[in-house]
Write a protein that binds this ligand. Structure first.
Ligand code: ADP
Ligand code: ADP
Ligand code: ZN
Length: 230
């Protein structure tokens, strides 16, 4: 497994596709560390807008709490703002975007304007039923954002973040069994069709994301390692 940012030779732009709980965020953070890429989570950007009380955040909050998709217009606005920052030149991992056909088309335009392309779309294949337990047991470190799970990824010392030593953990209001069902429905209705969209272009790779975090990580690193050294 390649795991060394220093050996990176080429910035690449990736999309991680998968339902809530598939492991997009977990794997994106590992790819950030391993390959020097930048994770762009539209969920995190939207939660940032909600916390900041911006107009976009105010409009998005109720929609997110229900588990429905935020409008393409708002999502694109927060994404474009983030893409204006210079660090994204290192290569990006889109985590949770695009989620609709409209967003995928807008991303094509955005990439063309920037003279860039999406190098690979990695689809995390999982079973819906397992996602309810993954999402319901999810929590993160309030200081550094590291993700944990009640059963599947516990910190070495209970209540203490492995990464930063922080002791305040938080859970998302939408991470409950009921809302997850709505989010899974939204995934199947609006996002899963993107698998075919990218497969038709030959940019899609599917990965079995039902295995444990380390195993999925090794599979991801193999795919991304080939791209960055190409
Ligand atoms: P997503 O970003 O796709 O919604 P996360 O990366 O936040 O998913 O993962 C959801 C939860 O499941 C987290 O608590 C995470 O620690 C855990 N998790 C991630 N990948 C796996 C895996 N392969 N096996 C078991 N649990 C996992
Ligand atoms: P998960 O990691 O469980 O897949 P996210 O953090 O990506 O969840 O998204 C949380 C919520 O934010 C979604 O349920 C949706 O309301 C909103 N959201 C995030 N990204 C998008 C997007 N690309 N399009 C529309 N809504 C989005
Ligand atoms: Zn931390």
């Amino acid at each position: 497994m390649r795991d060394d940012a220093a050996t990176q030779t080429r910035p690449v732009n990736l999309i991680l596709l998968g339902p809530p709980g598939a492991g997009k965020g977990t794997q994106a953070r590992m790819l950030e560390e391993g390959f020097g890429l930048i994770q762009l989570s539209t969920g995190d950007l939207l939660r940032g807008a909600v916390a900041a009380g911006t107009e976009a955040g105010l409009a998005a909050k109720a929609v997110m709490d229900r588990g429905d998709l935020v409008s393409d217009e708002i999502v694109l606005a927060v994404l474009k703002e983030r893409l204006a920052q210079p660090d994204v030149a290192a290569g990006i991992i889109l985590d949770g975007f695009p989620r609709t056909a409209g967003q995928a088309a807008a991303l094509d335009d955005l990439m063309a304007e920037r003279g860039q392309q999406i190098d690979a779309v990695i689809s995390l294949a999982v079973e819906d039923e397992a996602m309810v337990a993954r999402v319901a047991g999810r929590y993160t470190c309030a200081s550094c954002g590291e993700g944990y799970h009640d059963q599947f990824k516990q910190p070495a010392v209970a209540g203490v973040c492995d990464k930063c030593g922080g002791t305040q953990m938080k859970r998302r209001p939408d991470d409950n069994a009921e809302t997850v069902r709505t989010r899974l429905n939204a995934y199947h209705a609006d996002t899963a069709p993107l698998i075919d969209y990218y497969a038709a272009r030959g940019t899609l790779t599917e990965i079995d994301a039902m295995s444990d975090i380390g195993e999925v990580r090794a599979g991801m690193a193999a795919i991304v390692g080939k791209l960055t050294s190409a």
